[in-house]
Design a protein around this ligand. Structure first.
Ligand code: L14
Length: 349
């Protein structure tokens, strides 16, 4: 980034699926780091982690760990964030929190830089990184809102197991192997580790991500609904979501139906708009069977959009297929991108 100054960066949850991608992303982006502190919950403390070919020992995160830290990236679960993010902020760090702990807090900006970077100016020490499924969807919807207006969104997701962490990836792999060998395998993690029942994910699809709320939607679905309205500054937007887990390792896919405000817009105009949208790569050529797929999105920062078509009965309605690496744009990259925005806007001391 060409900065002279470097920052003291802390990563909390450095050994996790997202934490590892955060380190890789900081490295790839040559983020200006003068000092790196790698932290985790007590469970993972003592583990060794590599950064820029140097070995670091991960320390247990404590309030004092944040003395002198400029930017703290949190991804060690909601309870760790609830306890320690305020402690880090109190000590002068800017926290970028990748859990759901603070996302709907009115005083905490919820940011996707392509959509609402300017909300960063309102931060009070903590910035929330949205849910992975929400992020990739709003990157594709924001240019639509700007040009044609937006009234309604109905989304179904096809989510990868890595969203549920490293243990869920292992469960998918071992379960697949066992089942192919004709052996039984007891599911222990998915759909939700803390729930009573666990179901087979290999060769299956599970219509539950996170626990159920009282209205019949899951928390994951409610996150997509509430976070989308907050990020896009559209409390009046109609949003509904159905979130489904698939036996895909990494890369979330979404079938998105949306209705705009302007009549007579063609599918080609919509494709043109998304082709030029920041953070979006258009992959839309049905004749040549070109469309986004998770296997192609892994390791990339972009949001891939395709299958754009106009609804047959509703002039205001469109369908699209949106795919992104849930660990990158859905988590680690969006967090590091927020850090880059903070530096660019002069918001880090
Ligand atoms: O809210 O299990 O950031 O795939 C996103 C991934 C919650 C869990 C969040 C998963 C998480 C979800």
């Amino acid at each position: 980034m060409g900065q002279v100054k470097g920052f003291h960066v802390a990563v909390v949850g450095a050994t996790g699926a997202v934490g590892q991608q955060m380190l890789q992303t900081l490295e790839n982006r040559h983020f200006p780091i003068s000092q790196l502190t790698l932290l985790s919950s007590a469970r993972s403390a003592g583990k060794k982690v590599m950064f820029n070919n140097e070995e670091y020992t991960v320390q247990e995160a404590k309030p004092e760990s944040f003395e002198g830290v400029d930017i703290a990236l949190f991804s060690a679960g909601g309870s760790v964030s609830k306890e320690l993010a305020p402690e880090a902020a109190k000590r002068g760090a800017i926290v970028i929190d990748n859990t759901s702990a603070f996302r709907m807090d009115e005083n905490i900006p919820l940011v996707v830089p392509e959509v609402n970077e300017e909300d960063l100016h309102k931060h009070n020490g903590i910035i929330a990184n949205p849910n992975c499924s929400t992020i990739q969807m709003v990157v594709a919807l924001e240019p639509v809102r700007q040009k044609y207006g937006l009234k309604k969104v109905i989304v179904s997701t096809y989510q990868a197991v890595s969203g549920a962490g490293a243990a869920a990836i292992q469960e998918l792999k071992e379960q697949s192997k066992s089942l192919l060998n004709g052996e039984s395998y007891e599911a222990k993690i998915l759909p939700v580790k803390s729930e009573q029942k666990h179901y087979q994910i290999a060769f299956n699809a599970i219509p539950q991500i996170d626990k159920f709320t009282d209205n019949g939607f899951t928390y994951e679905e409610m996150k997509m609904i509430n976070e989308t309205k907050k990020i896009m500054h559209m409390p009046e937007l109609h949003v509904a979501a159905t979130c489904v887990r698939l036996p895909v390792e990494t890369g979330h896919s979404e079938s998105v139906y949306f209705e705009i405000d302007s009549q007579g817009v063609s599918a080609n105009e919509m494709k043109q708009l998304l082709q030029e949208a920041p953070g979006v790569v258009l992959e839309d050529d049905p004749e040549n069977q070109v469309y986004p797929m998770p296997a192609n999105a892994v390791g990339k920062n972009d949001v891939f959009v395709g299958r754009i078509r106009k609804d047959i009965d509703e002039d205001l309605g469109f369908h699209m297929w949106v795919v992104s690496d849930n660990l990158l744009k859905g988590a680690a990259w969006n967090s590091v991108q927020i850090a880059e925005s903070l530096v660019k806007l002069g918001l880090v001391k």
